[in-house]
Design a protein around this ligand. Sequence first.
Ligand code: GLC
Length: 593
Amino acid sequence: MVHHSITFTASALALAALLLTTTVHAQNVDQSLVSLDPYANETTSQRDERMAWFRDAKFGLFIHWGVYTVPAGTHDGKPINGGGEWILLRGKIPLDQYKTYAQQFNPTQYDPDAWVRLAKQAGMKYIVITAKHHDGFALFDSKASEWDVVDATPYGKDLIKPLAEACRKHGLKLGFYYSQAQDWVQGGNTDHGPAWDPAQPTDMDQYLREIAAPQVKEILSNYGDIAVLWWDTNWGMDRKRSDLLIPMLSLQPGIIHNNRLGGGYQGDIQTPEQHIPGTGLPGDWESCMTMNRTWGFKSYDDQWKSPQTLIRNLIDIASKGGNYLLNVGPTAQGVIPPPSIERLQAMGLWMDTHSDAIYGTTASPCRIPDWGRITTKLGEHSTTLYLHVFDWKKNGEIFLPVDNTVQSCRLLTDPKQTFTAQHHPGRGITVTLAGDVPNPNASVIELIVDAAPVRSASDYLAADDQGVIALPLSEAVIEKPYAVKMRYDAQNQEINRWTDDRAQMSWEFRVQKPGRFTLELATHAQDDTVLLAQVDGQTVQSHIARTGSTFARHTLPPIMLSTAGIHHLKLLPVEGQWTPLRLKSATLRPFAP
Ligand code: GLC
């Protein structure tokens, strides 16, 4: 076994020493009084500075790679359900059999420089790779375990080191995914069900001390500057356990970490998985998504999203203020599947001429228009609005409910092509399209207006002719911790997975005619439950009875909306009295006693 020499910088050594003393010291003091989070006392401007590159970047590459690419979705001749990287658990594969797969993991065609160039050409600014996934296998040379690429495979070389070098060479940032809680081989979380092999250790604390903590220290010490630590699944991670890991972040000043550590640590970014939140999310966030169905390579997964869908996903996410972390699953030979390469190249072609409308932008100033999406760049004296037109109708008109004076309006990719843009004071701006579709994936019009965008009153949810205010579920702003999977499910057009009393949702709407309203919901309640609605400082409480297998209409007690203008309505659970609920519709109706 060859151990690569580890080069610590002086400051990293000093920090490591500090970490050791912190740990020893922490045993003698009340843990709840000590915050080990290096960002616990960060000011808003310090945080803004730390998050700046991430907010501008918008687009990153996720790489899921490991031993599971050898079986590639099939074990003992049987296809195994779910993501390819879960095959060890889903297939209940005995550990010694799984380890023989490692003996076939020999990625001789691995070309990290080509991977990084591919990501860069696609327009990506950072890469996050699975340093260790739930199967515990480390893609790096670890002193804490022999279950790594150097000791357990014929390849025998650290896979991370050359990737880090290539990232540095080509100017991309590098982040590590690290499965801190689940490790099915080395004793990480076994709460998810009984172990299937007596060889699986079950002492999670010992695993955290002897494997996870030293490995997190290794990956944050041995590979130069690391921009992101991407924890995954917080199962079994209470505060004490999380506190073993969080101080390690100090090894990489300025590092960003996500919300999946556990122990109540919120991290810097929310991580919606395999979906794009309808209205974006409060704060910083990143949607991670696959191009087909799996994260880790599966030989027979060919359900690829079209390049157009992927390009529009990127635009959709940027228009809601988030980042897109798009996955590839290389094979055991070290090859990124050709359909993934083609898609990244297609995205790159679009980005070559449109990236100004993505990088450094912020969310749309108004609700999603029916013709596409909007991204924003605030300037000192003007604002650039990028109108990403999905539905380009020759000589058609598009409307945006932004009440500002227009300075200029042209095609992003051809400044000579201008469009008529008319400001209707109090209402918004109409742009008249001309000519054939400039780009079938998304054509971008650069519209410059005079000042910070002013959202016009017509953009808010408001009453129809009958005075009824529909609150679309797709536009509910959902707030929840990572562990709660509640979301708007576009396929079933409902909000589901509301399994927990820590999640809530809200809407913003405009009242023209003040008065009393009742909120009517179509709900599916697994059991009797209690729901609160809050608006303008009033709270109404309502008991929802078990609905059986269908959705049932439920009307809450009346609320008073006494002023014309913008209001917020929040739906939230009563702590401790919650049972899972699904929602099919939400409507405010004028109250007629
Ligand atoms: C997960 C999974 C997983 C995948 C991932 C990406 O929750 O367990 O296999 O790595 O998140 O977001």
